[in-house]
Design a binder for this molecule. Structure first.
Ligand code: PLP
Length: 361
């Protein structure tokens, strides 16, 4: 991108390109790890009623701190982790990307470390917020090398260390004992360990929220965009020691979370059993898709999320991506040479993907 010389854009932004998973209409949209199942008619109606309930008060600002919603989120996390969090351990925002940005605004003085390849927004938000990003490495099979990681934490002393588990775009997860080792290394250098658990509900590993009580350096990021099937509403949150939440309140914009969002998200949590009901179906479909990819002679990276990174095709990844799109199947080229990522869709989408792929490889 070339910027006009008169535009006083911050220098560190000039080489950047905006986040841009292509939003192209396709028969099978398998590119952004959304949940393919839309809200049931009962949930749609409950959301509409809740929105109607706040519509009459839209002349007033919303609850600035989203207290009721944060209490409900704490209840949800407690129900899955046997912990005793309250709203003081939760901060909510417009998607977990806003949470990530707030973390940088509050704590991003110095450097941030992450282990590549991982979620591309961590380094991008770091750069936008003026924090130096350090690319840590992984094993050749994309698993996290904890020994190498703890060494790098000790050497570079980042204020923020990011891990994503299950990792996007590779799909593997980090065990709780490994996260604990990282948390100890981060505590030694006085930083925070940010554990992005966007796909936690698809994984059988214990959540890092269970470490927070004994290690306040651990901050866990969650989202309703993936397993919760609520990407369009934009609701992300963190689970942390209350002091981290207090710092979030310094950097948040006043009334950042609209009354409409708070009302809709609150209803979605009431319907959590229905929404999360598709998780086991999607895990089964992931296993079936993996087997079908193997049957086509392709290799996959073991995934505990709702997507699969695959390789072993002879054409270039961008070419195969484009040819699949020509067949109505939109998947993701994550920029790893020789690899493509496919989100697990519904049965019709998965069938279309496999039959199109069969013809193209
Ligand atoms: C999808 C995703 C997010 C979610 O972002 P939202 O802003 O909550 O939609 C966060 N982290 C990772 C690793 C993701 O893949």
């Amino acid at each position: 991108m070339s910027w006009p010389t008169w535009l006083p854009l911050r220098k560190e932004l000039t080489p950047l390109t905006p986040y841009g998973a292509p939003q192209i209409p396709a028969q099978a949209s398998l590119n952004t790890n959304e949940n393919p199942y839309s809200p049931s008619p009962a949930l749609q109606k409950a959301i509409a009623e809740a929105v109607l309930g706040v519509a009459a008060k839209l002349n007033r600002y919303p609850d600035r701190d989203a207290n009721e919603l944060r209490s409900k989120l704490a209840g949800y996390i407690n129900s899955t982790s046997q912990m005793k969090f309250t709203l003081d351990n939760i901060w909510a925002a417009n998607g977990s990307n806003e949470i990530i940005q707030s973390i940088f605004l509050a704590f991003g003085q110095g450097s941030a470390l992450g282990f590549t390849p991982s979620y591309s927004m961590h380094p991008l938000i770091a750069k936008v917020c003026g924090t130096t990003w350090i690319d840590g490495r992984r094993n050749a099979d994309f698993s996290l090398n904890v020994e190498m990681a703890t060494k790098q934490i000790a050497e570079t002393k980042p204020v923020l260390t990011f891990i994503t588990t299950p990792n996007n775009p590779t799909g593997g997860s980090v065990s709780i004992s490994q996260i604990k080792l990282l948390a100890d290394a981060v505590a030694q250098v006085g930083g925070l360990l940010i554990v992005d658990e966007a796909y936690a509900e698809f994984s059988s590993e214990q959540s890092a929220v269970t470490l927070i009580a004994n290690n306040p350096h651990v901050v866990v990021i969650r989202t309703m965009s993936k397993a919760f099937a609520f990407a369009g509403a934009r609701l992300g949150y963190l689970v942390s020691d209350s002091s981290v939440k207090d710092a979030m309140m310094l950097v948040r914009l006043p009334y950042h979370l609209s009354a409409l969002t708070q009302a809709a998200a609150s209803v979605a949590i009431d319907f959590k059993d229905e929404l999360l009901g598709y998780v086991s179906e999607l895990i089964q479909a992931r296993e079936s898709l993996t087997a079908q990819l193997h049957a086509l002679g392709l290799a996959t990276v073991p995934s505990s999320a709702n997507f699969i990174l695959f390789t072993g095709f002879s054409v270039d990844a961008p070419k195969l991506w484009d040819e699949l799109l020509g067949q109505g199947v939109l998947i993701r080229d994550v920029g790893l040479p020789g690899y493509l990522r496919v989100t697990v869709g519904n049965e019709a989408e998965n069938t279309l993907f496999i039959s199109a792929l069969k013809e193209l490889i």
